[in-house]
Design a protein. Sequence first.
Length: 175
Amino acid sequence: MSTPPSHQVPPQAGQALPQGYGTPPAAAPGGPAPYPLPVYGDPAAPRACRFCGGHPTVDTSVRAHQGILVIMRFQKVDGPFCRGCGTAVVRAVTTQTLWQGWWSPFSLVFFTPFTLLWNLVAHLRLARLAPAAPAPGRAAPDQGQPVYRRPLAYVALVPVVWAAYFITAVVTGSA
C-alpha cells in the first residue's frame, strides 16, 4: 500500500530533506537570494512627521485621559511630530482631557493632572523645533485656537470650584 504524495512520511534522521520540505530553496549560483531580506530606512536618517511628512521632528507622545465615575480611559498619540502638527495634536488632546478628564475621583486627583503635565512637557519639546514645511502633496493640520481660547477647556473649572468649595466648607466647619 503506497502513501499518497500529500501525506508523505518525514525523512528519517540522517536522510536529506526533499526540496520544499522544511528548508528554503537554495539560491541559484550567481543569482539573487531566494528570500530577500527586507530593507528598511537608514536609522541615522531623520524621521518625517507622521502627519505632514515635514522635518525637523521630535519623537514624543501626547496623552489624553477620560474619567467616567468608576471607569477611566487612556489614549496616546505617538510621534514623530513636526512643530505644527505636534502643536495641533497637543491642543486637541489637552482640550479633550480638560473637559473629559475630571469626572472620576482618581482622575481628579491623579491621572488628569499628570496627563496635563505630560502634555506640557511634549508641548515644550515641540516648541523648541524650527517650523517645518509639509512634504510635497501633503498638508499640515490646522492648529486651531490655543487651549485657553477654547470654550471646552473651561469645563475643568467645574471640579476646581467644587474642590475649593468642599475644602473651604471642611476647614470652616460648615459642612
